[in-house]
Design a protein around this ligand. Structure first.
Ligand code: HEM
Length: 489
């Protein structure tokens, strides 16, 4: 006998959390625009439309990667907190601590990059931070890594508080994931979809951040005491465990917006089922062990790890994506849904997530990977599900939270056009990365050959359109925010 939980009598974010979520999303919106600008500058430089020196290109690459991953995590935990707190009590003051750790971390990171010249990319691959060939100092690498650590600790605090809430309300993380219900245990509670997704995100993000923090701390010691060394292959494994898991987890966090908002629009319930719980169970385990698909080119890795990475990369994403994708389509089909900014962006996000995984799975195939992994194919796949999947989930939540129906015009153009234009330009942008990759254009090269530039130039044009749309989305959100906060006080 199982009982389906509802959110009757639940609280939603407390007043402190409501303000912090709004503040976080305002920061996410503004940082997103700034990082997009750095992205455009890189694409224009690769396309020969802009001359910047190579060191500056790698500083842009570092700030863009770090900033985008950081804002994805901040946006992810904010959206997840908002919906999870409808089912349990969590202390909003943790979001205040996270906010300040994030800001201090960002200041250190910006100073290390633009003042200290650090350009070793957000993947801080040991021992690169310490051996810059004279381009940046050990001090710059130190402050960069310390900044990253502070941002990570802030996100970790949020995950621990959400984990505490799940344990006290649902009796444990396994119950939050719905395992007792899945295995037919007596009196098992059926957790809401949001709690299943939150439990999974909390588990995998906590483990990922702890792994990343260990390597960062060791790297900090290495920067202070250069004779202290550790195994670079081990470090690479842990770093990719951290990086791959955390950026994936941001989508699992923000999908809580899809699970919560789409049913409101369609007036249809979207209940938790055993297939849903089983899919999330599979992904919880697999997302933690598939990271070696980033190391398929490292000949020193054991063969079993590579084979496992390939097979599990095929199976990891599909269960959750399929239950979410089919669920969303079934929910919307003939529902008479009202299409506006929030519903449009959320539906786009499900498409972006599902479609973006296809090139990822192709890249995880060993024979393809050994040719494609260091090409623009890889930024092609992750920009696909981040730009057209994760970011629209956050933007959709922004519009929903400020009750913005997307009415009115910008100049003479109806606001309703903004989502389709963002979608088409976004598709164009990621297609240029994928085409570049399919034609063997290497990734992370500041300077491109003339025959590659056509992809870069089209990408720059599409990116400018995407950024213009994103600017309008964010400005609209910021303009409505004070009224929304005053109304909910
Ligand atoms: C207008 C939108 C965007 C533009 C123009 C853009 C542009 C770029 C460019 C040019 C690169 C370097 C590609 C190379 O290896 O040569 C890059 C890398 C990257 N981008 Fe974006 N991007 C955009 C949006 C995003 C979004 C929304 C995210 C995540 C939320 C993101 C995350 C990343 C990451 C993690 C990297 C890898 C950095 C590295 O290789 O160290 N980008 N982007």
């Amino acid at each position: 006998m199982s009982t389906q939980t509802t959110n009757a009598g639940a609280h939603g974010p407390d007043p402190v959390a409501r303000r912090m979520i709004a503040a976080n999303l305002a920061v996410v919106g503004l940082v997103l625009l700034l990082m997009m600008l750095f992205g455009i500058l890189m694409r224009m430089a690769q396309g020969g439309w802009l001359t910047i020196n190579d060191d500056l290109f790698y500083q842009f690459l570092t700030i863009h990667g770090t900033g985008m991953v950081g804002l994805a995590a901040l946006g992810g935990v904010s959206v997840m907190w908002n919906f999870a707190s409808h089912y349990m009590q969590v202390n909003g003051k943790v979001l205040v601590a996270n906010f300040f750790l994030f800001l201090i971390g960002v200041v250190l990171i910006l100073a290390a990059i633009f003042w200290g010249g650090y350009g070793g990319a957000w993947t801080f691959l040991y021992p690169l931070p310490a051996i810059s060939g004279g381009i940046w100092s050990a001090g710059a690498a130190f402050w960069y890594l310390l900044g990253l650590l502070l941002v990570g600790v802030g996100i970790l605090l949020v995950c621990l508080e959400l984990g505490r809430g799940i344990i006290t309300t649902f009796g444990g993380l396994a119950s939050g994931l719905g395992w007792p219900y899945l295995f037919g245990m007596k009196n098992a509670v059926v957790p809401p979809k949001v709690i299943v997704a939150t439990s999974m995100s909390v588990i995998v993000t906590t483990l990922a951040i702890i792994g990343g923090a260990v390597v960062i701390v060791l790297s900090l010691v290495n920067l202070m005491v250069p004779s202290f060394a550790f195994d670079p292959l081990w470090a690479k494994n842990i770093i990719y465990f951290f990086g791959h898991t955390i950026i994936n987890a941001t989508i699992y966090m923000t999908v809580t917006a899809v699970y919560s908002i789409l049913p409101e629009y369609t007036n249809r319930p979207w209940q938790t089922s055993k297939i849903f719980v089983a899919s999330w169970m599979g992904s919880t385990i697999m997302v933690l062990v598939i990271f070696p698909h980033h190391l398929l080119m490292d000949f020193a890795m054991p063969t079993w790890a590579m084979v496992m990475a390939q097979i599990l990369s095929y199976t990891n994403s599909f269960p959750v994506m399929i239950v979410t994708g089919f669920g969303a389509v079934a929910l919307v089909h003939r529902s008479g849904i009202r299409w506006d900014m929030a519903s449009g962006l959320l539906f786009l996000s499900v498409f972006g997530w599902m479609a973006g995984v296809v090139p990822a799975v192709i890249d995880a195939t060993i024979v393809v990977n050994s040719v494609m992994h260091n090409t623009l194919w890889v930024p092609g796949h992750f920009h696909f599900y981040l730009l057209l999947g994760m970011i629209p989930m956050v933007l959709g939540f922004m519009f929903h939270s400020t009750r913005d129906r997307g009415e009115g015009t910008v100049g003479h153009v109806s606001v309703k056009w903004m989502v389709p234009v963002y979608a088409v330009a976004g598709l164009g942008f990621v297609t240029m990365f994928l085409l570049g990759g399919a034609n063997s254009v290497p990734r992370r090269w500041a300077v491109h050959l003339a025959e590659w530039m056509v992809y870069d130039q089209w990408a720059a044009v599409f990116a400018i359109i995407v950024t213009l749309m994103a600017t309008l989305f964010v400005l609209r959100y910021l303009a409505r925010l004070p009224r929304y906060l005053a109304a909910t006080d």
